[in-house]
Design a protein around this ligand. Structure first.
Ligand code: GAR
Length: 210
């Protein structure tokens, strides 16, 4: 049965667009059920509407607590029939109200080789630190900031004198290629989380990307 994916995003939504476009071509595998944002001005909302995907915005300030906010988000995921959730630039820690029902079924992407450079400015932080290699990490979500069992990392060499613009562009290209494909592996149970470890059943895919 086709999986129903919810995407949570706070900003531009280029990863959300890559996921929506990838699965629009593979509807028997998965469909994007809903896009949820915590930012009314997020471009991701428009990107969803352009693709005919339901888009909903929830503002935490409209709720008395983070738990109440997340209960509303969880209800939207339930209403959409979502059975998997992908964070794509969702700039908020996920609390237990939302996390526990989706534990092992919620993933995040981050533009560095975690655990190096978590947080909002990973690309700038990596450049400022002068690292020669950086990249992307896709991981199951836990309660921490860009922590959780790592599913996949893609490595890029930082070029001498590389600008933030150039590195950001190369990281985004890698994200847009990799994230939909890793989600594909997750929703087909070719990879899963068991007791905070990542189990790859599809060794070939795992090894050829590592
Ligand atoms: C992406 O680069 C993603 O890895 C990053 O936010 C960007 C969102 O871009 N996520 C984090 O930094 C999570 N800590 P997008 O809105 O164009 O997809």
């Amino acid at each position: 049965m086709s999986c129903r994916i919810a995407i949570l995003a706070s900003g531009t939504g280029s990863n959300a667009a890559a996921i929506m476009d990838y699965f629009a071509m593979r509807p028997s595998t998965a469909q994007t059920a809903v896009v949820i944002s915590d930012n009314p001005n997020a471009q991701v909302l428009e990107k969803a509407k352009q693709r005919g995907v339901d888009a909903v915005c929830f503002l935490q300030k409209d709720y008395t607590s983070k738990a109440a906010f997340e209960a509303a988000v969880l209800q939207a995921l339930t209403d959409a029939g979502a059975d998997f959730a992908a964070l794509a630039g969702y700039m908020r820690l996920v609390g237990p109200t939302l996390l526990l029902p989706f534990l092992g079924r919620m993933v995040n992407i981050h533009p560095s080789l975690l655990p190096a450079f978590p947080g909002r400015s990973a690309i700038q932080d990596a450049l400022a630190a002068g690292v020669r290699k950086t990249g992307i990490t896709i991981h199951y979500v836990d309660s921490g900031l860009d922590t959780g069992p790592i599913i996949y990392q893609g490595v890029l060499s930082v070029m001498p004198e590389e600008s933030e613009h150039s590195l950001t562009k190369r990281i985004h290209e890698m994200e847009h290629f990799s994230y939909p494909r890793i989600i594909h592996a997750c929703v087909e149970n070719r990879v899963c989380m068991q007791q905070e470890s990542v189990i790859w059943r599809d060794k070939l895919l795992c090894e050829c990307w590592s």
